[in-house]
Design a protein around this ligand. Structure first.
Ligand SMILES: Nc1ncnc2c1ncn2[C@@H]1O[C@H](COP(=O)(O)OP(=O)(O)OP(=O)(O)O)[C@@H](O)[C@H]1O
Ligand SMILES: [Mg+2]
Length: 449
């Protein structure tokens, strides 16, 4: 994840000036806003005036101890996480700290990496908790209808703002479902052409032999069945913008014609040799790597260079974990409102699974999943068993090392049973237990899977 836009506020409490200095320098370099206090009283004083996301406190300090500070923070500042550092590693100390509400526990000496990981993890938990608890009604900051406060989305918005006022051709690249069409619309509707049509054309959905007449129109008698002269999408979009979606799906011969339109700003209707001027801004999308296609000879290099003047890259959703949470909230609110249901809440564990799922279908997939959850879930809390099994399964595999012995055992038994087509006698033999024990194990309530 990118570090340059962090603005979380961290208060560091330690009675050793050197430690304070090193921690402050390191965390500031990662973009956090840092504050320091050399004892608990000072820390509490700062907390009273400045909201903190995280407090990192030493364990042993003169006067009020780190543990007491943790308890005080837990009781009075619900929106602040606590992390404990100490030079006196003891199991009791760790247990105490965690019981009093410290999320993390770091033993000196620790590396910078260990510090960053622990801080990142603690703040992630805080974010999840806030989102799980936040009132679901939207209010997300979403210029152009684009939800997301990641650095990547900020860059996308920036590009939209820059190119909207021009008539430049823009190539919008990204995996399926990342929001390419949404960006194209945003460009058009924020351009001086906004009151003229925005015409999306899915190049992949129109057979290549029909595409030319669909795009440029045809004159009467141009081909069998052309009983009327008909305008194409370019004429429809005159004065506005055309969105050539999935441009890589066009044939090489079509690409020659598109290049000509871009260069000459005129189209020839099928069956006519007279070029007609059109004033159309061209927006293009691809979910394939066009440069790769150029190298393979599947996409014309000259057209590639002509459309690759300004490119807006939409990163896959899995690379923007925070945006996932914002989008979940956005769609949960939207679909609940639409179906007249009360707003949904998500358990922290469910949010964690959704956040770490790899979302191959990106935002479109997330939108569909949330819609299904809103419609199918009774009650207003989404917990882990409500999630699609595919997600629970991949979460289970990813966190394989966190599973309890009982879960691993249950899983293993199920695999063995499946491998012998459910034959319990065979399974018991393989597992080295008798049938009665196997039966008992199978009857035990198991965690949902
Ligand atoms: N940043 C975002 N904020 C809110 N909604 C979004 C965002 N990005 C995409 N969406 C929504 O996700 C869905 C898919 O977006 P869109 O159709 O623009 O993606 P696409 O990249 O064109 O997908 P495909 O390659 O499948 O055509 C749409 O419903 C869109 O409104
Ligand atoms: Mg699309």
């Amino acid at each position: 994840m990118d570090n340059s836009v962090r603005k979380e506020q961290i208060l560091i409490v330690d009675d050793t000036p050197d430690t304070l200095e090193v921690l402050q320098r390191n965390l500031t370099s990662k973009g956090y806003r840092t504050f320091i206090a050399s004892n608990a009283a000072e820390a509490i004083h700062i907390l009273e005036t400045t909201p903190m996301d995280l407090i990192i406190t030493d364990f042993k300090m003169p006067g009020v101890s780190g543990l007491d500070l943790i308890r005080h923070v837990r009781e009075n500042f619900k929106n602040t996480e606590v992390m404990m550092i100490t030079g006196y590693p003891s199991v009791e100390g760790a247990v105490e700290a965690v019981k009093k509400g410290a999320e993390e526990y770091l033993v000196k000496p620790f590396t910078d990496e260990e510090l960053f990981t622990a801080v990142g993890r603690t703040l992630d938990k805080l974010r999840l908790r806030r989102i799980a608890k936040a009132p679901p009604s939207g209010g997300a900051y979403a210029p152009y209808g684009l939800i997301g406060d990641s650095e990547a989305m900020a860059r996308v918005r920036d590009s939209i703002a820059k190119v909207a006022s021009t008539s430049a051709t823009v190539l919008i690249a990204g995996e399926s479902g990342t929001g390419k069409e949404l960006v194209a619309r945003a460009i058009h509707y924020n351009s001086p052409r906004a009151s003229a049509p925005f015409v999306p054309v899915n190049c992949g959905a129109i057979p290549n032999e029909l595409l030319e007449s669909e795009l440029f129109g045809h004159i009467k008698g141009a081909f069998t069945g052309a009983t009327e002269t008909r305008a194409g999408f370019f004429q429809t979009a005159d004065g506005g913008s055309i969105f050539l979606d999935e441009i890589s799906e066009t044939s090489l011969s079509m690409q020659v014609k598109l290049l000509r339109v871009l260069q000459e700003k005129e189209v020839c209707m099928v069956g006519s040799s007279r070029p007609r001027k059109v004033d159309v801004r061209v927006l293009v999308s691809t979910n394939k790597d066009l440069l790769q296609l150029v190298k393979k000879g599947a996409f014309r290099e000259d057209l590639f260079f002509r459309i690759n003047v300004i490119t807006i890259e939409l990163p896959p959703l899995r690379e923007r974990e925070n945006d996932i949470l914002l989008l979940i909230r956005h769609f949960a609110t939207k679909f609940a409102e639409e179906s007249g249901k009360s707003p949904l809440q998500f358990s922290e564990e469910a949010l964690q699974i959704l956040q770490h799922y790899h979302w191959p279908g990106n935002i479109r997939e997330l939108e569909n999943v949330i819609q299904r959850l809103v419609l199918m879930t009774e009650g207003d809390l989404i917990a882990v068993p409500d999630l699609p099994s595919l997600m629970r399964f991949s979460a289970l595999r990813e966190t394989g090392l966190n599973r309890t012995l009982a879960e691993v055992e249950a899983d293993y038994i199920r695999n063995v049973l499946a491998s012998v087509d459910g034959n319990k006698t065979r399974a018991a033999q393989i597992l080295g237990i008798d049938r009665k024990t196997l039966r008992e194990k199978l009857q035990k309530p198991q965690k949902s899977f």
